[in-house]
Design a protein around this ligand. Structure first.
Ligand code: IMP
Ligand code: MG
Length: 177
């Protein structure tokens, strides 16, 4: 199916401002603590890179990858960790950074899996929240923007591997049948 960029939901400047605010809040909340940031591959890497540069504190980094949607725009309902942590998070404050919370399944699964390693704490940070689609009860500690239930692309988010490099966030336009 052919698809293209739909309408712009969040401009480069809006994202820039909001990521700055999130960085300030997170730095304030963790003042004096050492944290380990766990970035969820691949969609969160662009957000992570900007967030990191807005943090005023030391932070260790690690990456985790969860099985993806493939080329679909709806969740398969399965979240499987396909690349795990490389550092020991026992006794550490962990901040999970992801691009978007949709059903919440991925983040819930990740949080539970990290909690089993007995960290000092686990918090969640997402750039985007499609709260209307949540099927899991999940507390997200830091949210950039709440967005409507539409498939979005750009600023790290892809459709079938495309559009991650866009500096803004847009809807995906699917052609009408
Ligand atoms: P959840 O497990 O249903 O919350 O799905 C979360 C994951 O699905 C995110 O980390 C994204 O990788 C992907 N995802 C959900 N909605 C979108 C979207 O609108 N655009 C691109 N990826 C999405
Ligand atoms: Mg993801």
């Amino acid at each position: 199916m052919r698809q293209s960029i739909g309408r712009i939901l969040l401009s480069e400047n809006e994202i820039f401002q909001r990521v700055q605010e999130l960085g300030r809040r997170i730095s304030d909340d963790y003042r004096g603590e050492k944290i380990t940031i766990v970035c969820v591959l691949k969609g969160a890497v662009v957000f992570l890179a900007d967030l990191l540069r807005n943090l005023d504190m030391p932070a260790d980094l690690d990456f985790i990858q969860v099985s993806s949607y493939g080329d679909e725009t709806k969740s398969t309902g399965v979240a499987k960790i396909i690349q795990g942590l490389t550092v020991d998070v026992t006794g550490r404050h962990v901040l999970i950074v992801d691009d978007i919370a949709d059903s919440g399944l991925t983040l819930r699964h990740l949080k539970e899996s990290l909690l089993s390693k007995r960290p000092a704490s686990v918090k969640l940070c997402v750039l985007l929240d499609k709260a209307a689609r949540r099927t899991q009860s999940l507390k997200i500690d830091y949210v950039g923007f709440e967005i409507p239930d539409e498939f979005v692309i750009g600023y790290g988010l892809d459709y079938a591997g495309r559009y991650r490099g866009l500096r803004y966030i847009a809807t995906l336009a699917l052609p009408q049948e």
